[in-house]
Design a protein. Structure first.
Length: 72
């Protein structure tokens, strides 16, 4: 999720086009749209993701809990 601030004054009636354009370019949102339009718009169901990544996540959590890896 990306938040774009339309003005400096937090006013609902003001819109600074240049500020929004800069934020969109800086965040890479246009590139994201191009990639999605090219056919790479894929979202996996959260339950399916958990089932597929359960073993990897469990091993990382176990590893860090026992302090056997560099990330602990």
């Amino acid at each position: 999720m990306r938040c774009i601030k339309p003005n400096e004054d937090k006013s609902p009636t003001q819109f600074n086009y240049e500020r929004c354009k800069h934020q969109v370019m800086y965040l890479g949102l246009l590139e994201n749209v191009r990639v999605r339009r090219a056919g790479f718009a894929f979202r996996m169901n959260y339950t399916r993701f958990l089932l597929r990544s359960h073993s990897a996540v469990t091993s990382v959590l176990f590893c860090c809990a026992t302090q056997c890896c560099a990330y602990a």
